[in-house]
Every structure is written in C-alpha cells, then in structure tokens.
Design a protein around this ligand. Structure first.
Ligand SMILES: Cc1cc2nc3c(=O)[nH]c(=O)nc-3n(C[C@H](O)[C@H](O)[C@H](O)COP(=O)(O)OP(=O)(O)OC[C@H]3O[C@@H](n4cnc5c(N)ncnc54)[C@H](O)[C@@H]3O)c2cc1C
Length: 577
C-alpha cells in the first residue's frame, strides 16, 4: 500500500504567497502567523498520514458491523478516535469560549482535506460532531449548551444529524417523525430515520443526535419542522450519562463505499429530546449544521482527489509499458505517454486550484466571524453563502472524476483491490449525493444565491475577480479566465429571474462554469506568485498553462449548452422516458 504525503509545501505556498494569510489575520486581530499555521498543519498531517491512513484499507475490508444491536467499528478505529481527540484535533477550530482552540477555520478546512485523503470514513466522525456543535452554539438554550457542548467539543462525545426518512430525502417537508411535549420541557421523539452517518459507534461516550421532527400542532410542510437534541445516553441521578434513551439502530446500510463509516437506520421510540431553537423553525437551525457540513463534504472530494493523484503519479513513474514516442526506447514508464500525463494533469489542475479556492473560502468564514467591522462580516458571510454550493458540488464532481482517472492510470490494476484505487472511486461517490445532491446544490446556487441582495453579491464577486485579473501581469491563464468570466456574466444575466424549469435545466452546467472561472482566478494568483526558477515554481506555471489550455476551454461548451435553454430537456412527455 502507498503512503500518504500531506501537502505541507503547498499549504505554505498558499498561506504566504497566494492567500495573504498574515495580512488577513492582522486585519482580524488574530495572533496566528504563517509559521504557526504551517506547524499545526504539519502535526495534523502526521496524525492523518501515520495514524489514520494505515486504517483506511482495513476499515474498508472489515467495515462497521451491527453486533447485538450496537455498532462495532473496524479494529483500531476506537483507539484512533481517542488519540485524535486527546491530541486536540477534534477541537481545532472551535471557539475558546466553548473549550476549543480557536484556530482559524482555514486550518480546519485543510485538516479536513488531509483527513479525507487519509481516511474518509473516519473523517466523518469529527466533521459531523463539529457541525452539530455549531447548530447547538447558534440555536440551543444555555442549559443544553452547558451540558452538551464541552464533551462534544473535546471529542469525548460525538454528534450525528438525523434528517432523512425513507419518504423524505431532498424534500424534508414530507418528514413524519413526531415530537410530543412531555410537560417538563422535554419531548418524546418517535419515528424512523435512514442513512444516519455516525449514528452509533463503539468509541465510548455519548452520541448526540440532532433530529428533525414535527410537533403535534405543527403546520404542514417545511414550516412545521422543529429540531431536537436527542442523546443516546440520558443523565442519571448522579449527573453521569448512563441511562439508555429510547433509540436504537435498526440496521446498518449496506453500501458502495465508506464501509468503515456506520450509516444507520435509527429508530426513535419515545426517545427523550429537547427543542433546539424555536418550534417550527427547525430547518433554519439545521441549516447551520448543513452549511458547515457542505463545505466539509466539498473538501472530501478534494482530499480523495489529492490522495488518488499521489498514488497514480507514483505508479506512472514505475509502471513500464509501451515505447517512447519516437519508438527508440521501451518499455518506458507510462508517465512518458501523453494520455497518462493528461489524466494526471486533469487531477492536479483541479486539486491545486481547489485547495486554494477552499482556503480562500475558509478565510472568508474567518472574516465573517472575526472581522471588527460588521459590514465586512456581512460581506464575507454572503461570499461564503455564494461559494458553499460551488465548493460542495464542483469539488465532489471533480473529486469523483479524479478518482476515476487515477484508477484509469493503473489500468486493470486499478480495478482490482490490491492497489486501493477502486476504494477511492467507491468512497468518493457518496460526496456527490449526501448533504444535498449536487443537482440540488446547483439549483441553490442559481435559485437562491444569485439573487442574494438583488444580485449584488455575485456581481461583487465577479467584479473582484475582474479587478484582480486587470491588475495582474496577464498571461495565458489570466486571459482564459477573463474570457470565461465574460461567458459566466452573460449566463448569469440570462438566468436572472428564470423560472423553475429554466433554473433546473441550467443549474449544473452553470455551477461548473462558475467553478472553472473561480479556479482560473486561483490559478492566475498562483502563476503570478510562482515566478522563481525552482522546480516547485516551474511546475506551478506549467500546471497553470495546462489548466488554461486544456480545462478552461470547457467554459465555451458549457456556455453554449446554457444558452440553449430548457426546451430540449422538457420536450419529451414523462411517459416517453
Ligand atoms: C452513505 C449516506 C450517508 C448519509 N448520511 C446522512 C446523515 O448523516 N443524515 C441525514 O439526515 N441524511 C444522510 N444521508 C441522506 C442524504 O443526504 C440523501 O440521500 C440525499 O439528500 C438525497 O435524498 P434521497 O436519497 O431521498 O434522494 P431523493 O430526494 O429521492 O432524490 C432523487 C433524485 O432526484 C433529484 N431531486 C429530488 N428533488 C429534486 C428537485 N426538487 N429538483 C430537482 N431534482 C430533484 C435528486 O437530485 C436526485 O438525483 C446519507 C445518505 C447516504 C447514502
């Protein structure tokens, strides 16, 4: 099995030369310099590479199992979780007020990249716990916060999010789980949820479920959904948490990938829960959790692509097949073949730009929380809202495509289990589906994010990119990005006020075009920052050219498809399918 090498040099380059990390931190009055940030990432990388990556293959093969109604995670996972929490990785970006370490979110995002690269199944445990903490911080009562946050932030307890039911997936208005008030401030929650990640495990400690349910008098539809905190263990008379709540794992889903991750069918049978936020406003409260999760899920695509690239590049330098282009030498390493290079560069051009764009988005999240000026906080918050569906959907689409291309580099050896490439393909696939399918993310971008503040948020984003491109030194990638930005602006104009069908027909192509422009912007920054003669800088400029010449032109095709509108999509009667 290959090892995983955390991309620390890349992070350093981005922090110091591309993202203006230290200036950002100074503006936010935060005392974190690039050296400290890189040292934290290096340490995090060691945990991911040395402790979690070695469990990835075995976790896939053994999988989580249900034994006497309780989940047993693969051997080594429980110990790894305890080590992970004890070393402080579970609380990296949680605020100091809640017992966290208060480090910038950009470090969290890149820790998530390394976690996803090393062991996607494992990474979901801290990711979901963090999302649950954020929803509790934003919406729960002081009592609930005091009881549940400290052990969740430290990683002693974990979190899960329970939305989906067999009849209610994308459309949560259809959910049926009930919550009946017990008159003492608590509620009896009854119903069945499916597909609940990290719903149970054997790490020890409590598992705090955030469950969407309906109160007896709730209005129909999404306006009648409330959010409840339902722990696996309830407090006993001594203040410990030993009393089993009325919830159980009905089954573990048998699935394509992330086998080590326990995806549970959860039965709540008059389980005791407490309202989080206001009655009937549960969906808004849950969105706090979902937005945090969406960025993380996008980064899962990036992480897998980065890991798969490393393995495929190493293999391509070793594997001997075929002759050199002039026929003089052979067998040569397959890295000499143009088609193999094309596949590797497709992956690398996404990964390096995605890492930069993810980092930029994370810095906006830091600004949204910490900037002294409320107007700057609001502006940054809006930019995060705009970019969240792009990161979620584009990164997971590119992530899956990357896993497939890395597998292709291995030929038949990528299809058999031995090299681990088919696991990347199986694991990467889910990220396009959960946390709102990528189609639904794209509709969120077009239907909800473009109209934000009368369209001024998206226009402001485009203007910022245009201004940077105008100020820069130019070059292939800057020119290509300027042209693609023009196509994106025209598509945005056409979609203004579009109806449901026009939006649905355009959204996925539009999101991809948006992502290509955003990545082109990051490639422009990186190419301009990499003017040295060393191998690292030369490679950056070469991959920037590849992106400009081989990936950005996809913008033309997307623009043409967008301009064609929805007519051909809606032409067939449903019966004709
Ligand atoms: C391994 C795994 C882990 C998961 N973890 C969790 C978890 O921890 N907690 C949780 O609550 N859920 C979880 N989920 C559920 C996941 O979020 C849902 O599966 C997902 O949101 C889609 O819902 P669905 O499966 O019911 O598909 P559906 O909603 O039935 O969608 C089917 C198809 O129709 C499309 N579609 C649906 N509605 C529309 C629309 N209005 N317009 C256009 N297209 C539409 C979708 O994009 C999709 O392509 C998990 C799922 C899996 C498989």
């Amino acid at each position: 099995m290959f090892s995983y090498v955390p991309p620390i040099e890349e992070y350093r380059f981005l922090l110091t030369h591309v993202l203006g990390f230290e200036q950002e931190m100074a503006e936010l009055n935060r005392d974190v310099d690039a050296d400290l940030a890189a040292a934290v990432l290096e340490e995090a990388g060691r945990m991911c590479a040395d402790r979690l990556h070695p469990l990835n293959r075995h976790g896939d093969e053994e999988g989580s199992r249900l034994v006497d109604g309780l989940v047993k995670t693969p051997e080594g996972f429980a110990e790894a979780w305890r080590d992970f929490a004890a070393a402080g990785w579970a609380s990296l970006s949680a605020s100091l007020d809640h017992g966290g370490q208060g480090l910038p979110f950009i470090l969290q995002l890149w820790l998530d990249e390394m976690l996803s690269a090393a062991n996607l199944s494992f990474g979901l445990f801290p990711g979901l716990t963090r999302g649950a903490c954020e929803a509790i911080i934003a919406h729960a009562s002081d009592d609930l916060k005091a009881t549940y946050l400290p052990p969740m932030v430290s990683g002693e307890w974990t979190g899960a999010m329970a939305l989906t039911e067999s009849g209610a997936g994308t459309d949560l208005a259809l959910l049926k789980t009930k919550a009946v008030p017990l008159g003492n401030g608590s509620f009896a929650v009854t119903g069945q949820k499916i597909f609940i990640s990290s719903g149970d495990h054997d790490f020890g400690g409590n598992i705090v479920h955030l469950v969407l349910a309906r109160l007896p008098d709730a209005p129909l539809g999404v306006k009648g959904i409330s959010l409840f905190l339902v722990p696996k263990y309830l407090p006993d008379a001594q203040g410990g948490f030993t009393v089993r709540n009325g919830m159980s794992v009905g089954a573990l889903e048998k699935k394509m990938g992330i086998h080590a991750q326990p995806t549970c069918v959860m039965n709540y049978d008059e389980a005791t829960g407490w309202l989080v936020g206001e009655a009937n406003k549960g969906l808004a409260a849950m969105f706090t959790m979902m937005n945090a999760e969406r960025l993380m899920v996008g980064i899962q695509g990036l992480g897998i692509a980065g890991a798969a690239y490393q393995q495929a590049a190493a293999y391509a330098k070793e594997r001997l097949q075929g002759r050199s282009a002039d026929g003089a030498r052979g067998p040569v390493a397959i890295i000499d073949h143009a088609d193999v290079r094309r596949m590797l560069l497709n992956i690398r051009a996404f990964v390096e730009a995605g890492r930069a764009l993810g980092g930029w988005t994370a810095l906006q999240l830091d600004r949204a929380h910490h900037h002294p000026d409320p107007a700057e906080r609001a502006k940054a918050d809006a930019l995060v809202a705009l970019l969240t569906p792009v990161v979620k959907a584009a990164f997971t689409d590119f992530g899956f495509e990357s896993a497939v291309q890395a597998q292709q580099v291995f030929g038949g050896h990528g299809y058999i289990r031995e090299w681990g490439m088919e696991q990347y393909v199986r694991d990467a696939r889910i990220a396009q589906i959960y946390e709102g399918t990528n189609g639904v993310q794209a509709m969120d971008l077009v239907g909800r994010k473009l109209p934000m503040a009368g369209g001024t948020v998206v226009e402001g984003f485009f203007d910022m990119i245009a201004a940077e491109l105008a100020q820069g030194a130019g070059g292939t990638v800057a020119d290509g990005t300027r042209e693609a930005l023009g196509l994106l602006r025209a598509a945005t104009e056409r979609l203004r006020g579009a109806g449901v069908e026009a939006t649905g027909a355009a959204a996925v192509d539009y999101l991809r075009l948006f992502a290509l422009v955003s990545m082109g912007w990051m490639w422009t920054r990186m190419a301009e920052a990499a003017q040295g003669d060393d191998g690292f800088h030369q490679a950056k400029r070469a991959v920037a050219d590849f992106f400009a010449q081989r990936m950005l032109p996809q913008a033309q095709g997307l623009a043409a498809s967008l301009a064609a509108g929805e007519a051909s999509i809606m032409a067939l009667d449903a019966d004709a399918f």
